[in-house]
Design a protein around this ligand. Structure first.
Ligand code: AMP
Ligand code: MG
Length: 462
């Protein structure tokens, strides 16, 4: 047996999930397979051919057929909605040799009770995007759900045009979201919700299970991991694009890469997502939205923080104010490190001026920091700034400024190639992105896009 499944979620009250049978596709093809991740998870696929691999990855050999989709709710662009896994099915919780539990989820395997008007399917392009973007995130040292494989289903799905259908095999510490708590808080049966909260704490944060102040500690732990995540995103120029409360995972992992993108030229107000007309989830807004989402999260279990609601709200407000400051401080520290400045000093002025120049002159967010490290910044732009910079105190930081990020125009080119049957660039990029802090030989993948290559909008791909 490849998998070591021991399911726990299905022991929760049944309102939290629905049993689902994923469709069986006859014409499957393995497009991407993550050997490194398979090894990390102690999955030995060596003796299987691609066909058998696909069957195993899709959970088709599982005896108990205990597949399920999760129920949740969420604020989507500020509006509260009941949702659920509309195109995702967990085939099991795999336990590694080190006793780590991970959800193995199929994304795009067909309709579920939560599909609403959707077809429950996914197109190959967006699944390749998620595979590349999420693995890049992980290799950049940033917490993320992982991608184990992409399998094409052999059927077409209708999006703007017909596209090849595909399934992503996603791995996560758990898929419990802020939105799952929002869903639970609506239940009339409080006990069911309390069971669910206890389950979440013992699954994700067992260290605080016996803490006297467990719920407040749990809340702070989530605040801390989310703020850290946003600072990490800002380090590498990542825009999530749909920071709805249903896309904020309590495991602290970056989740759901629909319209997500890495910045080319620096613009703090940058938005890629075609549906984000107001810039709610713009690059610079990500910390504010995180705090907004965290406030919605607190609302779901205020009654457990303190019986007196006013006291409870005050405690939450204090934590949110604290994390607003922690974000600002962590961001300054991170930016100081990007500029190789001693973090014991206040470098705010020199950081902000550098960012302003990058913004005004539309410079590349990734490459400009590397140019500074290599001493090849454009003199005409940075001459005065350099005078100030040289007066600072320096330190050398490693693994802070990536030498490569997965750029939109490259991913678009690669998907177009895949659609015409050519996979070589996809496999090349996948390999290069495993070591984003090492020197990159193929300049094509690191150059910023020409005007004609720029991608201005990204789509959820649903
Ligand atoms: P997202 O913004 O991608 O996180 O998705 C928001 C909601 O739409 C979630 O409940 C998804 O499960 C659902 N959804 C997205 N794509 C589809 C689809 N093709 N079919 C059914 N439901 C979908
Ligand atoms: Mg989602």
């Amino acid at each position: 047996m490849v998998w070591n499944f021991q399911d726990s979620y299905t022991k929760l009250p049944s309102i939290f999930y629905s049993k689902v049978n994923p469709e069986n596709f006859s014409n499957k093809k393995l497009v991407l397979f993550n050997n490194d991740l398979a090894e990390e998870l102690n999955l030995d696929f060596n003796k299987y051919d691609d066909d058998e691999k696909c069957n195993i990855l899709l959970g088709q050999n599982k005896l108990d057929k205990n597949y399920f989709s999760q129920a949740y709710a969420g604020h989507q662009f500020g509006n509260f909605t009941i949702l659920g896994d509309g195109r995702a099915v967990i085939i099991g919780e795999h336990i590694t040799k080190n006793n780590k539990r991970v959800d193995i989820q199929l994304k795009g395997s067909g309709e579920t009770p939560y599909s609403r008007n959707g077809d429950g399917k996914a197109a190959l392009g967006p699944m390749i995007r998620e595979y590349i973007l999420s693995e890049a995130m992980h290799n950049l040292g940033i917490s993320s759900t992982r991608a184990l494989a992409v399998i094409t289903t052999g059927e077409n799905v209708l999006r703007d045009k017909l596209e090849p259908g595909a399934i992503l095999i996603r791995v996560a510490k758990s898929h419990i979201r802020v939105g799952t708590f929002q869903f639970g808080s609506l239940l009339k049966n409080r006990e069911e919700f309390h069971n669910f909260i206890s389950y979440t704490i013992s699954r994700l944060y067992p260290d605080i299970e016996n803490n006297n102040n467990k719920y407040l500690k749990f809340y702070e732990t989530i605040c801390s991991s989310q703020i850290k995540l946003v600072v990490d995103w800002m380090r590498v120029g990542f825009i999530h694009g749909v920071m709805n409360t249903d896309n904020m995972s309590l495991s602290g992992e970056t989740i759901d890469y629909g319209p997500a993108a890495y910045l080319d030229e620096y613009n703090p107000k940058k938005v890629f997502s075609s549906i984000d007309k107001m810039g709610r989830y713009s690059f610079e807004n990500q910390s504010k939205i995180t705090l907004w989402n965290l406030a919605r999260f607190a609302e779901t279990f205020l009654h457990l923080i303190d019986k007196n609601e006013k006291i409870s709200i005050k405690k939450i407000e204090d934590i949110l104010n604290k994390y607003k400051k922690i974000f600002e401080q962590s961001w300054l520290t991170m930016m100081s490190m990007k500029l190789n400045l001693d973090t014991n000093y206040n470098n705010e002025e020199v950081i902000k001026e550098f960012l302003d120049l990058m913004h005004i002159y539309k410079l590349d967010y990734t490459n400009t920091f590397l140019d500074l490290e290599n001493n090849i910044l454009d003199e005409n732009i940075f001459k005065n700034w350099m005078e100030k910079y040289k007066k600072s105190k320096f330190r050398n930081f490693k693994n802070i400024n990536p030498k490569i990020i997965p750029r939109n125009h490259i991913i678009d080119q690669i998907i177009n190639e895949v659609y015409s049957g050519n996979y070589s660039q996809l496999y090349e990029l996948e390999k290069i992105l495993k070591n984003p802090y090492e020197k990159i030989k193929n300049k094509k993948y690191i150059a910023q896009p020409l005007e004609s290559e720029k991608v201005f909008e990204t789509f959820c791909g649903t």
